[in-house]
Design a protein around this ligand. Structure first.
Ligand code: GLC
Length: 514
């Protein structure tokens, strides 16, 4: 089971004082990451891009975005990381390109160009909404047609039905494998199976065909870690991992539990622990039959779990409890930058603090029908910006992230919440996580053992892992004390110094039994 650390390069570490994190900044921190226990680092896209969607709009797959560095820097990163026993996972966007990609420029000038069919066009488009709000079609007068963009207007969807296009993409992936990449995170991969002729945006048979081809042409027989970002039914995602078509899949059911079902991401409701139990248990049960799920709380699209679900007054206890709850289950572990010392989001702030195209679109559209206050409240909980603020390394200017003017405001809590302070404290989240990862990696029960939910109370998330050893994990998911029955066994890990007859706020325990 792998330990993967996710880096959002814009906000990781800036070494050239332009206010933007860079590849050299990542190289500088490889030792830090090795020490924590990372075996892979996943870096969100660093390719050439106009940055309409922060790199998820690639205009040249073969070029590195100069704001991050050069191709040589990337090669140096891959090679230096190897010396630290870390492999690099590149983030590839195969569902769409930027409209500034050469293919799109040619495609939108000439219907006879071979590139025209690399994209999805319509003269009479059916009504489809883009994920970022508004219509998913944009008109191009020069060809008198609309192109499809499931995300921003600058992100044109590729036509995977075109065999030449698929070949070009596979060739590009193999180029990065030859360059030494250790894996790929594949962006919105569930969207490539489109069959618009038959009005089907999500043709699962077509998707499987493309995924098998991708595996065959790029990954098969190679030591390459692949993770597809895919909104699929659990059984379908499981099938892909079990049959090694992809190493694992990102699914989002467990982090959509604070949304009103069917109303999109902005209609909020309180997370119910029972719902979380049900979703995570279902995943674990399905993967008992083989394959490996992914374990994560946050990423660059998902605001940090700490402030989103828990009371920030208990930062150390809350964050360590979240780790215990998630990372002793079966799965590949994904840690999002800053979680290792308890970073949190910006909270309720005005719209001028937001940078993300999704947040700004939502604000502009939603304030037409809703009060500004309620829109800002939704943004405070769910906007992607909250996960994207610069890393808080120490309490110096700009939290040690940059000596220039940061591209995005540093969270004002950085004098209190930063790596250095955490590391030097006797209650260090980083050190707790490191220990947890060591325990996990040295015991196959956590990889291969049975997973069983244990009922201990409505506010307690408890589970057993059983193989040769028998472990009980007990997590108080509330900021109130919780009564418990006598927990017998040897305490291996406890985020408090002791255990009484009540669990303390967010107390989490790993107990070895029998
Ligand atoms: C994925 C990325 C997200 C991006 C979207 C469109 O969900 O994680 O950041 O905006 O795809 O590429």
């Amino acid at each position: 089971m792998a330990i993967i650390y996710q880096i959002y390069p814009l906000s990781f570490l800036d070494t050239n004082k332009d206010g933007i994190g860079d590849i050299k900044g990542i190289i500088k921190k490889l030792k830090y990451l090795e020490e924590l226990g990372a075996e892979y680092i996943w870096i969100t896209p660093i390719f050439k891009s106009p940055m309409e969607d922060n790199g998820y709009d690639i205009s040249n797959y073969y070029d590195v975005n100069p704001i991050f560095g050069t191709k040589e820097d990337l090669k140096e990163l891959i090679d230096t990381a190897k010396k630290h026993n870390i492999k690099i996972i590149l983030d590839l966007v195969l569902n769409h390109t930027s409209t500034e990609h050469d293919w799109f420029i040619k495609a939108s000038k000439d219907v006879n160009s071979k590139y025209h069919d690399y994209y999805i066009w319509s003269e009479n488009p059916p009504q489809i909404d883009s994920y970022f709000g508004g219509s998913a079609w944009e008109y191009v007068p020069s060809v008198k047609k609309y192109y499809l963009h499931m995300f921003s207007t600058g992100q044109a969807d590729l036509n995977w039905k075109n065999e030449k296009l698929r070949e070009e993409l596979f060739e590009m992936i193999n180029y990065y494998i030859d360059l030494g990449a250790g894996g790929f995170r594949l962006d919105v991969l569930d969207l490539i199976g489109k069959d618009l002729e038959n009005n089907n945006l999500y043709d699962r048979e077509l998707l499987l065909k493309y995924l098998k081809e991708l595996n065959e042409k790029c990954f098969k027989g190679k030591d390459i870690f692949t993770v597809g970002e895919m909104n699929l039914p659990l059984e379908k995602a499981h099938y892909l991992s079990k049959n090694e078509i992809l190493t694992t899949v990102f699914q989002f059911n467990h982090i959509a539990l604070d949304e009103v079902a069917g109303k999109g991401k902005w209609e909020l409701k309180k997370l119910e622990l029972n719902d979380l139990k049900e979703v995570l248990n279902n995943i674990q049960q399905v993967y008992q039959k083989g394959g490996t799920p992914s374990l994560f709380w946050s990423n660059h699209d998902q605001p940090r779990a700490l402030g989103r679900y828990l009371n920030l007054d208990y930062r150390y206890y809350g964050q360590t409890m979240l780790f215990m709850l998630m990372y002793l289950q079966k799965g590949h572990i994904f840690i999002y930058q800053g979680e290792e010392f308890g970073m949190s989001g910006l909270g309720l702030v005005d719209i001028d603090k937001y940078k993300d195209v999704e947040a700004l679109n939502y604000y502009n559209i939603a304030t037409k029908t809703k009060s500004k206050e309620s829109v800002l409240r939704s943004l405070a909980v769910k906007a992607r910006d909250h996960a994207r603020t610069p890393m808080q390394w120490n309490n110096t200017k700009n939290a040690g992230f940059s000596k220039g003017k940061p591209w995005m405001e540093v969270n004002a809590n950085y004098t209190e919440v930063n790596f250095e302070k955490d590391y030097n404290s006797d209650k260090s989240i980083y050190k707790f996580l490191k220990k947890l990862l060591e325990i996990r990696q040295n015991n196959t029960t956590f990889d291969k053992g049975l997973f069983k939910l244990v009922v201990l109370g409505p506010h307690i998330f408890a589970y057993e892992r059983v193989l040769d050893d028998n472990y009980l994990i007990v997590c108080n998911f509330s900021d109130k004390k919780q009564p418990i029955i006598d927990l017998k066994g040897e305490i291996i890990l406890n985020n408090y110094d002791s255990l009484d007859n009540q669990l303390k706020p967010y107390q989490a325990l790993l107990i070895k039994r029998g």
